[in-house]
Design a protein around this ligand. Sequence first.
Ligand code: NAD
Length: 474
Amino acid sequence: MSDSQVHELSFSQNVNFLVDRAITAIDLSEDTAAAIKACASIIQVTFPVKIRDKIEMFTGWRAVHSTHRLPAKGGIRYAPYVNQDEVEALAALMSYKCALMDIPFGGSKGALLIDPSKYTRDEMQMITRRFTIELVRKGFLSPSTNVPAPDVGTGQREMAWMADTYKNLYPDDINASACVTGKPIQHGGIRGRTEATGRGVQYAIQEFFRHPEDVKNARLTPGIAGKTIVIQGFGNVGYHASRLLSLEDDAKIIAVIKSEGVVINENGLDIDALHRHIIEHKTMKGFPNATFHEDGKKALELPCDILIPAALEAQITCDNADRIQAKLIVEAANGPATYEADKVLSAKGIIIIPDIYANAGGVTVSYFEWIRNLSHIRFGRMQRRHEEMRSREFAALLEELTGRTISDDIRKRVIRGAGEEDLVNSGLDDTMRNGYQQLTEAMRSNPKITDLRTAAYAIAIEKISRTYMDVGIY
Ligand code: NAD
């Protein structure tokens, strides 16, 4: 492939090249591979909304990549640069991600071409509600067939508007609130969903460090504490991942990159203080005890232990891949490294924890939220106090048998029953651990699989093809 061809690869072509590499490793037949790779359906909607006495036209897409499991699941992105190819690529990533992580959903993704910063809250509400009506009427949004979630430029607020619009259209649907995930708690959301993708990134890194061979291959020393991390993106995913890794694992976040530039402190940034600074000043500039540079992308090349791209696709390309100095890349964003960049990075011995595994925390907890909505009960509500009572009795028995008294502090911790967030985080941790163990097992059992990304795709494709074989294609 020539250099110009390499540069012209679209996002979905990049994904398909990665899929092809995995297909070669598992010897899948060409026709089955073609069936798995194809995007099942896509709609483009264009609709008018009256804004400040003028009619404005908006364009959006929703792609369904696979329906081997239903509902199809995937975020909705609001950005001024989105296009159909990107939406199709992201929908495909969702299919592979859900299959890999044993989440019983097909893959979907949506986007609206809009710059949210140009509109007021009320205007965004009108636009979102109108977009939702378009998606519902065309069969691209419902609790049983297609369930959106937040992505770049959207969050709890948009999900609440979407759920409410769906409820108004179908007041008799008792499961209406399961039509989207990532909702605010008071509107059927689940505790832990907002930080789920970032927490999933943290759990993925924790699991990686539980595999000494993998740590050695990455030329890293054991343990997350003290590891230097550069993170790109400080939105939902980037903020929570960097906060949790610094507060709970003692990692050192030495650089945070946003669209406007990068802040650097080699001794580690105070992530909560940076977050407060951005809320107060609407910029990273002027953040105390750190240097600011406008060329944020250059900071991807800083020497560090771990690089976490958590912003956008195609940030590491063949233009900068050979200058990346991190030992481990954890893809919190979708598609942050292109196919060609991936080859350069691997040749340099950099280990990549791939997107379809690393950022699966969001859809995992979305799955929990969907189940919570269908079962109409908060997780833990039935068993929490019962668990506490049993633990209290056990503590009393232990005291009686040993003749010693358990301290108040330990007693409190031991008898505490699990609340919803504890259960969500436990389910997320278990899913992320299992996911990583599948990757290493695939590499151990198939000599043609030599990297984690190929392992992830190979597992996902095998699972999807098995579903096709079980039920047949008709
Ligand atoms: P977000 O809108 O909350 O934040 C995006 C961040 O990226 C912002 O801090 C923004 O400043 C930064 N950014 C944008 N353009 C940039 C550029 N050119 N250079 C540097 N920084 C830039 O989005 P998010 O929800 O955090 O999503 C980030 C990535 O994670 C996306 O690839 C998304 O698809 C993926 N993802 C998100 C979720 C989720 O639950 N939100 C789940 C899985 C994957």
